[in-house]
Ligand binder design. Structure first.
Ligand code: HEM
Length: 431
């Protein structure tokens, strides 16, 4: 999932590693690596690039002034020139056509730590494994997870601050709940959850600290191997048990294949959902009349969620490799080129959306690219929508008159590759 932009950002913070004597916080390290707090508004740059040309060849790091110009070299992948796709049509064309735009490049980055997961597979291998894994994500499972896992977890987190009259919704709710949900879905032991979360985050801080990433990768391998062995002997109803039993044409998943998927699941499912819920809530809190409309008419929830994802996609770009010479938006991309597929730019393409920079839950719903598109379109899409529905409903139901704390300093979304607000201080009730 590392894009060239992440590489630029990560190169920028390489020297900002914590002192060896300081306690290492993987969450802060990852946020720094993802550009949180450094790049506030990449959208102005995306608009500028798109209006100059829909497809850009070469490094664009100099445009993100906050990152500094030294990052230009980091954007070059070997001696190949990267191409960035900036329009809705260009992004959709690339994501739809997995044969021309291969996902195999992940094998040289995040795949080194995750293992050979569906993220880096092309067809027909990808389809086979995705079908096996999907057996754990049925509609029935989703209903059970909503009632037995997501609701209780969301409410337990809110219980901790509901009487207080103020809270930081990012730190106290949106950040912790998705990882707790995944841990329960996998049937992981509750003690040691923080260590499990930390290892999963360290795994994806690959460019800033490869050594730490490799240690985390091995830690997760040992951790999951033990649990898989237990589930093979005594299956339960959790996702790991289902994966050990899943079968297609007589083929089953090996331990390594299950572990590669599990190593992918946490960054794919928790990092994104925490950011999307936080971004949506920030959009609502900054537009109180829309928050009020949603509070009074919960049928608006699906379109509010999609608008939040369009407006502030948690992940603004993903990487592909052009397998042949191909034309996108009139520009020829040579075979072998790394391609940055910029969903963040696609989602604000003025050719598709009026006033694209505005958060407006009343706009006519149209397909956006936050979940990607085509063969690798997010496997957790229904889970993500269900989790967001539950958490936003719970906030509206349990925190009357919830509003941004007017005394809080400059609350905003930041980040380049991954975007979210760092804090969301709110007041509620009569406070
Ligand atoms: C709002 C929240 C989410 C967003 C914005 C999101 C976004 C994405 C995107 C953009 C991709 C494509 C990656 C690529 O091809 O390079 C993807 C793939 C994936 N997502 Fe999500 N995701 C979210 C939530 C989840 C959740 C909750 C899960 C948990 C099951 C999940 C599991 C996956 C998996 C397994 C893939 C790989 C699919 C494949 O390669 O075929 N995601 N997601």
């Amino acid at each position: 999932m590392l894009s060239a932009w992440q590489h630029w950002v990560m190169a920028d913070v390489r020297d900002a590693q914590p002192d060896a004597n300081e306690e290492y916080d993987p969450f802060t390290a990852f946020d720094e690596a993802a550009g949180v707090g450094q790049v506030r508004d990449p959208y102005a740059v995306f608009h500028e690039m798109r209006s100059e040309c829909p497809v850009h060849a070469g490094s664009q790091a100099h445009r993100f002034r906050d990152l500094g110009e030294d990052n230009m070299e980091a954007a070059l992948i070997g001696d190949r020139t990267p191409y960035a796709l900036m329009t809705f049509s260009g992004v959709q064309q690339a994501l739809k056509d997995g044969e021309t735009f291969s996902s195999s490049g992940y094998a040289e980055s995040i795949g080194m730590l995750m293992g050979h997961s569906i993220l880096e597979m092309d067809e027909p291998e990808h389809h086979r494994y995705r079908s096996l894994i999907q057996q754990a994500f049925t509609r029935k499972a989703m209903e059970r997870w909503e009632a037995d896992i997501v609701r209780p977890i969301v409410h337990a987190n809110i219980d901790k601050f509901a009487e207080r009259g103020h809270a930081d919704l990012v730190r106290e709710l949106f950040f912790p709940f998705p990882v707790q949900v995944i841990a329960e879905m996998l049937g992981l032991p509750r003690d040691g959850l923080r260590e499990f979360h930390a290892k999963a985050v360290e795994l994806i801080t690959i460019m800033t600290d490869i050594e730490r990433g490799l240690i985390a990768s091995q830690w997760l391998y040992d951790y999951f191997t033990k649990i898989i062995a237990e589930r093979r002997i005594e299956p339960k109803t959790d996702v790991i048990s289902v994966l050990t039993q899943a079968e297609l044409d007589g083929q089953r998943l090996t331990d390594d294949e299950i572990i590669a998927f599990l190593r992918l699941l946490l960054p794919a499912g928790a990092e994104t959902t925490y950011r999307s819920s936080s971004n949506l809530m920030f959009g609502l809190l900054s537009n109180p009349e829309q928050l009020e409309a949603l509070r009074n008419d919960r049928d608006l929830m699906p379109q509010a969620i999609e608008e939040g994802l369009r407006w502030e996609a948690p992940l603004t770009s993903i990487g592909r490799t052009a397998m042949r010479e191909v034309e996108v938006d009139g520009v020829t991309i040579p075979a072998g080129s790394p391609v940055q597929v910029c969903m963040g730019a696609a989602n604000r393409d003025p050719g598709r959306w009026e006033n694209p920079d505005q958060f407006d839950l009343f706009r006519d719903p149209q397909q956006h690219m936050a979940f990607a598109f085509g063969p690798h379109m997010c496997l957790g899409i229904h889970l993500a929508r269900m989790e967001t529905t539950v958490v936003v409903n719970a906030v509206l139901d349990r925190l009357p008159n919830v509003r941004l704390d007017a005394n809080a300093e400059d609350v905003h979304i930041s980040g380049l590759a991954f975007r979210a607000p760092n804090h969301l201080p709110v007041l509620f009730g009569t406070h």
